[in-house]
Design a protein around this ligand. Structure first.
Ligand code: SAH
Length: 217
């Protein structure tokens, strides 16, 4: 465990602080949530590496820096209700659960969510709510959300997410097709949606229930 603590500290210093992640609450959480718990058994030696790792079904646990960058962009203070699209390994879910009041996480590949939930339950998170299904529809019964975080790329941001966003709320998501994606924040101010593009990136595509890729509709 002390070995894990040292490796987490190294990961945070070299991959996050050195690249400009500054929010102290975010940095603290990345030192405490052990990424190794969310990485497949055969990849434990790479658990703190500066890259994504395969988690099955063609999906990945995101690169630690990207998880930190997206988390920081949400400027969480504690009382927020957060919608997460793409539970995946559950690593980002745990980070959000540490920084916000309630996390509502939607995953289209049920077996990934079952596995992630096993890890998150074992870690004792009681403020995470799970739903299997197409996250492009959001989670209308639980709206409004103060924040929305999506870890898969859409050609266009689904209208359900902006509809379900509270006034003053923020969405962070990759946008774009294969080969050209960018991380975007959308901030809702009354009827206005302020868009800010901040980092080129590469994510798996946002898909529908049958696995078809987002067509931009
Ligand atoms: N933050 C996760 C990222 C996983 S990759 C992690 O670091 O582990 C993106 C995830 O989005 C995959 O698990 C994929 O199955 C899921 N996904 C893709 N399209 C989706 C959709 N329409 N609704 C919900 N989840 C989706």
């Amino acid at each position: 465990m002390s070995d894990a603590r040292e490796q987490l500290d190294h990961m945070v210093r070299t991959q996050m602080e050195n690249r400009g992640i500054r929010d102290p609450r975010v940095l603290k959480v990345f030192r405490s949530v052990d990424r190794a718990r969310f990485v497949p058994a055969g990849d434990q030696r790479s658990a703190y590496g500066d890259f994504p790792l395969a988690i099955g079904l063609g999906q990945t646990i995101s690169q630690p820096y990207i998880v930190a960058l997206m988390t920081q962009s949400l400027a969480l203070e504690g009382p927020e209700r957060v919608l997460e699209i793409g539970t995946g390994s559950g690593y980002q879910t745990a980070v959000l659960a540490e920084l916000a009041a309630e996390v509502y996480t939607v995953e289209v590949r049920n077996s990934l969510q079952v596995k992630a939930r096993g890890v998150l339950d074992a870690l004792g998170y009681a403020n995470i709510h799970y739903r299997a299904g197409d996250g492009r529809a959001g989670w209308p019964q639980q709206a409004p959300f103060d924040r929305v975080l999506c870890a898969a790329a859409a050609e266009q941001i689904p209208g359900a997410w902006t509809d379900q966003l509270a006034d003053g709320g923020v969405i962070v998501t990759p946008v774009g097709g294969p080969g050209s994606q960018i991380l975007v924040t959308i901030t809702k101010r009354g009827k206005n949606l302020e868009r800010c593009e901040f980092c080129p990136c590469r994510f798996v595509p946002l898909v529908g229930r049958n696995g078809e890729e987002d067509a931009g509709g």
